[in-house]
Design a protein around this ligand. Structure first.
Ligand SMILES: [Zn+2]
Length: 335
């Protein structure tokens, strides 16, 4: 059903990250609300979420007037949701659900972990918004799994309950890193010495690329990266893909193998015969390297279940606004 001209209400959705926050106004079309206005903000440029929303709504006056009032709101936030609040990971930002709701004049707003919000978008993604790593065939009744490496590592499951996908959050990124090779054991040894343990996020994330670089890089790095800079992982990846530095090539190879293996482990735990989705900021940036073969090879290398893993669709999410869309999907379904 299209809502057409009788639309009287809108959805406010947000994807709140440590660096960048997306805010959007959507119509209430189900299952996929349509964006009316989307804007990106530097998170720390604003004191808090209500202040940022106020700026956004002031600028979006036209969209507001023609589409009615905000009836529901949902925000995916990079951090664990506790008692309707989220402390945003790695930055001094605190999101308090009741305070945001009061500012909007709503009874309540929904706060989701950012990966849980992204999971809500997965069932409505279009073919053109993904890149297929493995065709496979989604089994009816099968679950879907989602893994997303960016600044950190997130994992989520979409349980198939009688044909409806029900997302659930996970802290799987902080499960132990499972080393499979001598090189990965060397990475584990270094991480354990530094942090007391090697969790998956220490390896499969932007920070993970830097951690692997410490171990994998035997010679001086000709990419001349400052490993402390926020852009270090991107510089290492670029040097690797342009074949400018052998040690960086080795680093990215190790990262991709570990990422594929972690996705395979999640697929086993979730029995994701409905499909595996690879989200997060890193995958689209290293797509040529991800499609070169090592990712899918380590994904499938889990005998005796390699046949199951070879049969499921595996897709990279290309739409960078999917987390925002997922928050809007949740708001549309819960208004
Ligand atoms: Zn290098």
């Amino acid at each position: 059903m299209e809502n057409g001209s009788e639309v009287k209400t809108m959805i406010l959705a947000g994807d709140v990250g440590g660096t960048k926050t997306l805010l959007g106004l959507f119509d209430t079309t189900r299952p996929r609300p349509r964006p009316l206005l989307v804007r990106s903000f530097g998170t720390l440029d604003h004191a808090d979420l209500p202040a940022m929303i106020a700026v956004f709504l002031k600028e979006g006056g036209g969209a507001r007037a023609s589409n009615g009032a905000i009836a529901s709101a949902c925000f995916g936030v990079a951090g664990p949701v506790v008692d309707d609040t989220v402390r945003v990971t790695n930055v001094p930002w605190f999101v308090d659900g009741p305070i945001v709701a009061a500012a909007l004049g709503l009874p309540r707003v929904a706060l989701l972990n950012d990966l849980e919000a992204l999971a809500h978008a997965v069932p409505v993604l279009r073919e053109s918004e993904t890149h297929t790593l493995q065709d496979g065939a989604a089994l009816p009744g099968g679950n879907i799994a989602l893994i997303a490496a960016g600044t950190g590592l997130g994992e989520a499951l979409l349980h198939n309950i009688n044909g409806t996908f029900v997302p659930s959050a996970s802290e799987g990124g902080h499960a132990d890193f499972a080393a499979r090779t001598e090189r990965e054991i060397a990475v584990t040894r270094d991480l354990t010495k530094r942090f007391g343990r090697a969790d998956l996020e220490h390896v499969v994330s932007g920070r993970g690329i830097v951690n692997i670089h410490r171990v994998a890089h035997e010679q001086a790095c000709t990419a001349t990266v400052d490993l402390e800079s926020p852009g270090a992982a991107a510089m290492i990846s670029a040097a690797a893909m342009e074949r400018r530095c052998a040690g960086c090539v080795e680093t990215l190879d190790l990262f991709i193998e570990a990422y594929g293996a972690a996705a395979g482990n999640l697929a086993l735990r979730a029995v994701s015969t409905g499909g595996m989705y690879v989200g997060g900021g890193i995958a689209p940036k290293i797509l040529p390297a991800l499609t070169a073969g090592a990712f899918m090879r380590t994904f499938r290398a889990k005998p005796p279940l390699d046949a199951m893993l070879s049969a499921m669709p595996v897709k990279v999410i290309l739409n960078a606004e999917s987390g925002l869309l997922g928050a809007a999907v949740f708001a549309a379904n819960h208004s």
